[in-house]
Design a protein around this ligand. Structure first.
Ligand SMILES: NC(=O)C1=CN([C@@H]2O[C@H](COP(=O)(O)OP(=O)(O)OC[C@H]3O[C@@H](n4cnc5c(N)ncnc54)[C@H](O)[C@@H]3O)[C@@H](O)[C@H]2O)[C@@H](O)CC1
Ligand SMILES: [K+]
Length: 501
């Protein structure tokens, strides 16, 4: 689990590392510049290309100066350094690196106003103007310079964070900020990199390790955490000797209408694939043939017209409710029946979420520890409109605590809010997975893990990670353009086994 720190905490962690490793501040800058150089040359290794490095006069600018030297050592012959001297403030490490750079033959241009700049002939621009020290929105010369750089439409690679971009907090969509093709960021993704609001500023990012003290960053107890494979390996347990279907629980999937049986099939088959010992699907009568032919391992409880099905509450280890269920009176009656009679944590998705949104009296009946899996629109239907994702994060954290539930807010980096006011960002999944039915599969996987006696938090973390990992294993790198949900479900046991070794 990697703690995601805010700008102040990152600064504190840098300071702690300098004092306790110990390492001089300028050597830490050198280490950061080296890590940048390696990540940069791995992607832009053609030394024929010309590079212009725009530097500020703080530590971000200091990084830029060191990077100019390292890229030249690497073999780039056309490296230009341009220093924006908009303020008369220079960090010590900027000054040391300027001193070192002036002993090389790398050309340095100083400018105090954007009007002095001509066109930029370089193939690639490196942005080392401002980094994590940003303390106000860009204005004046900085704003003009950033707009100028954006207007050149070059390949832009940024050092740490795009100039003008806030690492955390609400993002103003009209703010002036460097548009980055790639952000090579130090130690950890910045929290806002993981939110869709950053899409306009950052096409891609990569985090490079610069050896910041991990014990220190752990003990800061950040509410924001980034999931890593090692976390999931710790959660997953091997299937045991002398185990049988009873060992792995009996899940009930309540899903489907005659027109949306696919959702029920995808959800319940994913539940089987993710290892539930037994799976029963509560589906409309007309879907029975489809269910039996799609996957004979799944049993059925059928729903007929207005007749409510009889469910033996003691029989099931957990339930997943909602995919394709519809929002009619029968669906509402069934959801009400379940929530008022069943007391173990359940997974609530899709139409069941929409029913919850319009029948708030049901919230009091949600079993503690239950899991809600909304996408953005469902989330806003449940909890009100939000202007941006940062606001959504705060609501998720607050509601998870208030209702003692887990909220799985689906997105590129799906966010899991837990009742103890933590937010976990998932690190797997890819755009090939953006297709209808993918959420139904996720619900099936989380339900399966709950059935296998993983705690609700473990089921959410491992379920979300596995779902994305199965999609990654199928699609990346460059294997499949589109990955369909049933393929993801079928891949889950393979990806799970690979995580167990
Ligand atoms: N502290 C450390 O030891 C390390 C810092 N590193 C680099 O240092 C960066 C942070 O450096 P700094 O804290 O010096 O800050 P920056 O270099 O980001 O900014 C420099 C100064 O600009 C001013 N400023 C902020 N917002 C402004 C605005 N909107 N308009 C005009 N001026 C503004 C502030 O006075 C700020 O201190 C990181 O992003 C990273 O690139 C790395 O070298 C790793 C180690
Ligand atoms: K920058």
């Amino acid at each position: 689990m990697q703690p995601l720190l805010n700008a102040q905490q990152i600064h504190d962690a840098d300071t702690y590392t300098i004092a306790h490793e110990p390492i001089s501040s300028v050597d830490l800058m050198e280490r950061a510049a080296k890590a940048f150089e390696q990540a940069f040359t791995a992607r832009y290794g053609d030394t024929e290309k010309s590079i212009a490095i725009y530097c500020g006069t703080g530590n971000n600018g200091g990084d830029g100066l060191a990077i100019a030297r390292l890229l030249t050592d690497y073999g780039f012959e056309k490296v230009d350094v341009k220093i924006a001297r908009f303020a008369n403030k220079f960090s010590d490490d900027f000054k040391s690196n300027l001193q070192r750079l002036s002993q090389t033959r790398i050309p340095i241009t100083n400018f105090t106003s954007v009007a002095e700049l001509k066109t930029e002939p370089a193939d690639i621009i490196i942005d080392a103007l401002l980094g994590n020290g940003l303390n106000k929105p860009l204005a004046g010369e900085y704003a003009q310079l950033v707009q100028q750089i954006n207007n050149w439409h070059k390949t832009v690679v940024v050092v740490d964070v795009p100039t003008g971009f806030y690492s955390e907090g609400e993002i103003n969509p009209d703010a002036i900020v460097i548009k980055a093709d790639l952000a090579i960021t130090f130690q950890q993704p910045k929290i806002n990199f993981l939110l869709p609001d950053s899409k306009h500023a950052i096409k891609n990012w990569v985090a490079v390790d610069i050896g910041i003290d991990r014990n220190f960053t752990q003990q800061l107890n950040s509410p924001y955490q980034y999931l890593e494979e090692s976390d999931i390996k710790k959660i997953l347990r091997p299937r045991e000797r002398f185990s049988n279907k009873g060992t792995y629980g009996h899940a009930l999937i309540v899903a489907g209408q005659p027109e949306t049986m696919g959702a029920a099939l995808l959800c319940s088959s994913a539940c089987v694939q993710a290892g539930a010992g037994l799976v029963t699907a509560c589906i409309p009568q007309s879907g029975l043939v489809a269910l039996n032919s799609y996957m004979p391992e799944i049993m059925a409880i059928v729903r007929e017209g207005d007749l409510q099905p009889t469910i033996d509450w003691t029989k099931f280890s957990t339930m997943g409710i909602g995919p394709g269920l519809g929002k009619d009176d029968n669906a509402l009656a069934l959801l009400t029946d379940i929530l008022t009679n069943y007391t173990k944590p359940v997974v609530i998705d899709a139409d069941a979420l929409n029913l919850l949104a319009t029948h708030k009296q049901l919230w009091a009946c949600l079993p503690k520890g239950s899991v809600l899996t909304p996408h953005m629109k469902e989330f806003d239907r449940l909890f009100g409109e939000h202007k941006n994702w940062w606001q959504r994060l705060q609501t998720a954290m607050q509601k998870a605590k208030e209702l003692q539930i887990h909220i799985v807010l689906k997105n590129d980096y799906t966010i899991i809010a837990s009742p103890d006011e933590k937010l976990y960002f998932n690190s797997t999944s890819n755009a090939a997975m953006a297709s209808g039915g993918m959420g139904d599969v996720l619900t099936g996987i989380i339900t399966a893990l709950l059935a296998q006696k993983y705690s609700p938090l473990e089921a959410c973390l491992a379920g979300v990670y596995l779902h994305g990992k199965a999609g990654d294993d199928l699609a990346l790198p460059g294997k499949l353009w589109v990955v369909l949900p049933d393929k993801v479900a079928a891949q889950v046991p393979v990806s799970m086994a690979a995580l167990m070794v």
